[in-house]
Write a protein of this length. Sequence first.
Length: 70
Amino acid sequence: MEWLLNPWVITAVILSVVVSNIMALKYTANMKFGEKDKIKYLKEKHDREQARQAEEEKAKQASDQSPSDK
């Protein structure tokens, strides 16, 4: 237990923690997290929903007009 309080051991532990944190920051600094892909996906989904709603409205209008023709 006494060796844990040795200044060299404490210095080595602190130094290793600092170095590992710096390495982790350098590794994650240039990562791509897919935000652009997510935004693109959501925009495409919105466009598909708008197109589907437009088709449903056209179908509803067409069905509303056809009984009146008879």
